[in-house]
Design a binder for this molecule. Structure first.
Ligand SMILES: [Zn+2]
Length: 269
């Protein structure tokens, strides 16, 4: 009996979330078309003990994002699963840019970390939509790094958990994961912006590190060229670190390369 009412609460939370959100949130793996990657996962049911808390987290985090940013990302479906892996390597999230689907594994117990991962992965979708690649070598961003700096070989090869600690390992980088690739550098800053716990942990570095501040500013300026609401919706954060960001200066939007209809992502990246 108790299990039944728990299932009903979960199902009604899922339905409520789908009524409010600009994207579809589903457990139905059969209804979602996915890229033929070496993906593996198990379906989640309404009886899953982790699901209700995960849905509540998703509702809170989705509500923070301006509608025009969600629309700019092209994201259509969020598919919740367990035991998510790519080529046998466990993942908490996988973006499918081809079908505009984000897959999330709901089994991780640290909900603050799940929040951070939600926003991090969402940024990869957004970047892919704006620049035609989630791995765009943004020259405006690159020039903010010290001359001698070179990114590592990508997030997939920097997965040890210490890499994601917000340790400020060098000026301009919030953690080692951000040093693994330009795409991870941007996605980490974006995630910090929205996740309260990550924000608290990074506020000190964002107040004092000029490179990080410039990256933060560039990120928001670029996004303000596609979102009228983005700067307003993070005004409380900007106040915390006394940073002024002006709306879409002409030199920041020049690098946008909107995705062409025939564009297709290589499925092996
Ligand atoms: Zn990433």
């Amino acid at each position: 009996m108790r299990q039944q009412s728990a299932n009903l609460a979960t199902i009604s939370q899922l339905q409520a979330l789908n009524r409010q959100a600009a994207v579809s949130i589903t457990l139905d793996v059969g209804a979602v078309q996915l890229a033929p990657w070496d993906l593996s996962f198990n379906a989640v049911t309404a009886a899953d003990p982790m699901l209700l808390a995960y849905l509540q987290m998703l509702e809170q985090e989705l509500r923070k994002l301006p509608l025009d940013i969600i629309q700019a990302s092209g994201l259509e479906v969020i598919l919740l699963v367990r035991d998510l892996a790519v080529a046998g390597q466990a993942r908490l999230a996988v973006p499918d840019y081809v079908h505009e689907v984000l897959l999330y594994d709901i089994s991780h117990k640290d909900m603050d970390f799940n929040r951070h991962v939600f926003h991090h992965e969402f940024y990869h979708m957004l970047e892919e939509q704006l620049y035609g690649s989630a791995y765009y070598a943004d020259p405006l961003w690159q020039q903010l790094n010290p001359d001698s700096f070179q990114y590592g070989d990508g997030g997939a090869n920097a997965r040890a958990s210490f890499n994601t600690l917000l340790s400020h390992p060098a000026p301009g980088f919030v953690n080692r994961y951000a040093m693994a690739g330009i795409e991870e550098d941007k996605a980490e800053l974006w995630a910090i912006l929205w996740t309260d716990t990550s924000w608290r942990q990074s506020q000190g570095m964002l107040q004092h590190d000029a490179v990080l501040r410039n990256k933060f500013k560039l990120l928001l300026q670029q996004l303000s060229c596609v979102s009228a609401d983005i700067i307003n919706s993070v005004q409380h954060r900007l106040k915390d670190i006394a940073l002024n960001v002006n709306h879409c200066p002409t030199d920041t939007s020049a690098s946008f390369k909107p995705r062409s209809p025939e564009y297709e992502h290589s499925l092996s990246e």
